[in-house]
Structures are given as C-alpha cells and as structure tokens.
Design a protein around this ligand. Structure first.
Ligand SMILES: Nc1nc2c(ncn2[C@@H]2O[C@H](COP(=O)(O)OP(=O)(O)O)[C@@H](O)[C@H]2O)c(=O)[nH]1
Ligand SMILES: [Mg+2]
Length: 367
C-alpha cells in the first residue's frame, strides 16, 4: 500500500549550491503547505512565499510550484543550514523525511529533473523559478509539437533566445582588463558587494589571477581580475599579465577599463574577443568625459553607472536583462537537437524521430 502521509525530501544534491530544491508530497499539498508558508501556494505559476518557523520568524524566501494536488516543489536558497531548517520545520508538521536525490522525478519529467539540477547554479530565486518554469513550457511546447511540427521560423525564434538561458548551464566568463590602477579590483569589489580583492594605489597590487562567481541579471557569471597591463614591469608582474591575457583569450567578454584620470584612451593589444570599453573612475569627472568612445561609464568607488554597466553586459551576453517567458533552450543539448531538426529540413529528411527523442529523452539525455 502506498503511504499517503506527508513526506519531504531534498532533490538537489546536498552541499553547496546557490539554490536547493525540496519536494513535498501530501494529500491536498497546497492546504498542507499553507500552514507554514505565506501566502498559501496557488496552483498554476510558481508562487513566491515565505517559510516561517514556529516562532513566526522567516526562515527563507522560497518559490513553491504545485505540480499536482499531491506534489509540490520548493526552491530555496542553497545554504545547507537553511535547507536543514526548512526540512526540520516541515517534519515538525508531520512530514516524513525521505532520502534519495532526484530519483523518480527524472523518469517522470526529464525537463523538470534537468531544471532542478541546473537551479543549483542559479544565483537568485528568480533564476531558479525561470528554470522550473522552462520545464513546464518545454513540456507544453513538445506536446503541441507532437501534433503539428513548428514552422522553421518558430524554431529559429526559440533558438535565438538560447543565450538568455545557457549561462545557467555554463556561467559566462568576464575578464576585467586595463592598465594598473585603472580601477579593476575596486569595480569587482563593488560588483560583488564585498571586499574580495585588495585595492591599493600602488600599481601592480593585484598579481595573481582571481576568478570569482558573481551575478548579472539573475545569471551566474565568473569575473576575472588580475594584474594590470603595461609595457614595463618586473618578472612577477609580467607573469601576472600573461595569466590575465590567457584568461582573456577564452573569456566570453572582455571589459576594458579606461580610467578617466589618464586623460587618454589607451590602446591595449587585447585578444580578439567580444569587448566592452568602459570609462572608469567617472567620479573624478571633468569636462573631457565625452571625448571617450565607450559603452559605459562607471565608478567603482561611488557605484555610479554600475546599473547601466550591468545592463550593457547583460545585453552583450544574454541579449538583455529579462529572463524569457517563452520556451528557451537552457542546455547545449537542447540547442543541438533543434539545430538537427533544421538540418534535416534543409535536406528534406523526416524529423519525427527527433521530436520523439526530445519529448522522451530518458534519464540524462538532455544535459
Ligand atoms: N576616485 C576613484 N578612485 C578609484 C576608483 N576605482 C579605483 N580607484 C582608486 O585607484 C587606485 C587603484 O584601484 P584598483 O581598484 O586597485 O585598480 P586596479 O589596479 O585596476 O585593480 C586605488 O587607490 C583606488 O582607490 C574610482 O572609481 N574612483
Ligand atoms: Mg587590482
């Protein structure tokens, strides 16, 4: 006999991740969750809720998705202590704690299993919610495709959104480059919201290469900081410059900082990668600001221009800040599958089997 008493289990791998997911099963799960979450989760779209402890204190802001009348999925921040508190709280309300990872979820719904797996990379709840919503959109799209294959333009349209979602699978790498003292480390600390890197007026302070995870428009990114680039410099500094250039050669975006106080836009011999020229230290403003041909103007010291800078970065890397609300490929495999369909069409070959595999890819067939 199936045990119908409430049960809870962690579905993302235990340990560090930006987000975690907990599955809950109970008869009339919305009512059951309504005892500890506010507002009460509603069917349909994922609901933003707060989880309270016995004392009425907030444990975490979470997203609750009701999968059906009995099953719900809760996405919360990934801190293991929060996850433990949430599970303890639910078990105190009578839920059995089950073990096991995604398990059955993967067989029932490979898109949801994939979205959950990737949601551990999502740096914000909105990012996690986007992925879980994508699982539903893909399921619906593929159901419709089962009867009428989409037009080529529709597939191309879906593919055009891929840059908005692929960073959840592989975070984009952004290299901060510029002369020594151009304000790279100050900008990075500002972007991260804490003093991760040493800042000093002595040129050449940052020597080793630093790679650190950050967030741009709800997507995970990796910021790369290191030695400033200049002609002279001792051996140790030159070694540092080599490391920065090596990272820049494979970066998805190079951010070239040109400090306002140098009074001349330097030309650096940078690797041939997508590039943004950014004027830095704009708080030292004078009348010459408009002489520079740049995409953004920032001050790491005052924070001026940071929002515009992040918007520009999001446009270059993701096609904009907004997370798409229609079906979007969120893994390379999904992109490849759709390209295969288009290739078959060009050769006038049958494509039905590709859609069948896409709709029922089996465990791990999508990642
Ligand atoms: N006024 C002003 N000073 C800045 C700004 N950014 C950095 N600095 C100063 O410039 C010096 C070098 O900054 P740092 O971030 O270490 O530059 P890096 O060598 O490119 O990493 C330090 O003295 C910083 O305080 C800024 O936006 N405005
Ligand atoms: Mg530095």
């Amino acid at each position: 006999m199936i045990d119908r008493s409430p049960a809870v289990r962690q579905v993302t791998a235990p340990g560090r991740g930006a987000l975690s997911a907990i599955a809950v099963r109970a008869a009339e799960v919305a009512d059951w969750l309504g005892q500890v979450f506010e507002p009460r989760p509603a069917p349909g779209n994922p609901t933003y809720c707060r989880l309270f402890d016995e004392a009425g204190e907030v444990i975490d802001d979470v997203v609750v998705l009701l999968l059906d009348r009995e099953n719900a999925l809760i996405t919360l921040h990934g801190n293991p202590q929060l996850v433990e508190r949430a599970i303890t709280r639910l078990s105190a309300r009578g839920a059995r704690i089950e073990s096991g990872s995604i398990g059955a979820w993967g067989e029932e719904d490979p898109f949801l299993a994939l979205a959950l797996e990737l949601s551990a990379n999502a740096p914000t709840i909105a990012g996690g919610r986007f992925l879980i919503e994508q699982a539903r959109l893909w399921r619906e799209w593929l159901r419709a495709v089962g009867s009428v294959p989409p037009k080529t333009e529709e597939i191309e349209d879906v593919l055009s959104r891929a840059p908005a979602a692929l960073p959840f699978q592989s975070p984009r790498r952004i290299a901060l480059v510029g002369a020594p003292n151009s304000g790279k480390s100050t900008l990075l600390n500002r972007l991260l919201g804490w003093d991760r890197v040493v800042v000093d007026p002595t040129p050449g302070t940052t020597r080793d290469r630093i790679e650190v995870r950050g967030v741009v428009a709800d997507r995970p990114v990796i910021w790369i900081d290191g030695a400033g680039l200049r002609e002279s410099g001792e051996a140790l500094e030159r070694e540092g410059m080599e490391r920065v250039l090596a990272a820049a050669r494979t970066a998805d975006l190079i951010v070239h900082l040109i400090p306002l106080d140098t009074r001349e836009a330097e030309t650096l011999d940078l690797p041939d990668r997508p590039q943004l020229r950014v004027l830095s230290k704009v708080d030292l403003r004078n009348n010459e600001v408009d002489e520079f041909d740049v995409s953004s103007r920032v001050s790491g010291t005052t924070g001026e221009g940071i929002e515009g800078f992040l918007r520009t970065v999001a446009e270059r890397l993701f096609g904009g800040e907004d997370l798409p609300t229609s079906v979007t490929p969120f893994t390379e495999t999904l992109v490849d599958r759709l390209h295969e369909v288009l290739a078959r069409r060009r050769c006038h070959e049958a494509e039905a089997d590709l859609w069948t595999t896409l709709a029922a890819p089996g465990r791990g067939g999508l990642s």
